[in-house]
Write a protein that binds this ligand. Structure first.
Ligand code: ZN
Length: 173
């Protein structure tokens, strides 16, 4: 066993010992919302958004980008499990803002014309806006879904709204 595995299993043992009535929770999120955010280890949506087990869906990937797979999860979150409000939350000091697609290609010794789009970005507010628009314009996303755009600030723990994105996210066509 590695040290990491050892520690993780010990932590889980303690967690399970205090599990209480959480076994009675249903799959559908109690608070009927979903968060799409970055996998960055400094972000803990349960803490910064005040969540407990069973409250909300949290979908994470590098950058918190509205990739095809993130949208797949959001669609299931709504249609099968009843969420009606979605938060796109990017953050300051994100790795995907610091590196370009080309930079990441180089790390893998890939040709620049390879088929992987790493979904990097150069402007945080713009990327939130893009992702909210991309979600909102998806043909299977109902108009009634409210999508909010935010940037989480790693130095303060505050979520700051990207007003234009939230405005687009509330659009009823
Ligand atoms: Zn990030």
């Amino acid at each position: 066993m590695t040290k990491i595995l050892d520690e993780l299993l010990a932590a889980n043992k303690l967690y399970a010992e205090k599990f209480g009535t959480k076994g009675d929770l249903q799959a559908a999120p109690i608070k009927k919302f979903a968060i799409l955010t970055c996998m960055d280890a400094r972000l803990d949506p349960a803490k910064f958004a005040g969540l407990s087990e069973g409250d909300a869906h949290v979908i994470r990937n590098a950058g918190g980008r509205a990739s095809d797979d993130a949208i797949r999860s959001l669609l299931i979150s709504h249609k099968l499990l009843g969420t009606n409000e979605w938060f796109v939350i990017h953050h300051t000091d994100c790795g995907l803002e610091k590196f370009s697609n080309k930079d990441i290609d180089k790390k893998f010794n890939l040709e620049p014309d390879n088929s992987i789009d790493w979904l990097t970005f150069s402007n945080n507010e713009k990327s939130v806006m893009e992702d909210v628009l991309h979600i909102k314009n998806h043909p299977l996303v109902p108009n009634s879904i409210l999508v909010y755009g935010y940037i989480y600030h790693c130095k303060t723990g505050k979520m700051i709204e990207v007003k234009e994105a939230t405005k687009v996210g509330a659009r009823q066509i």
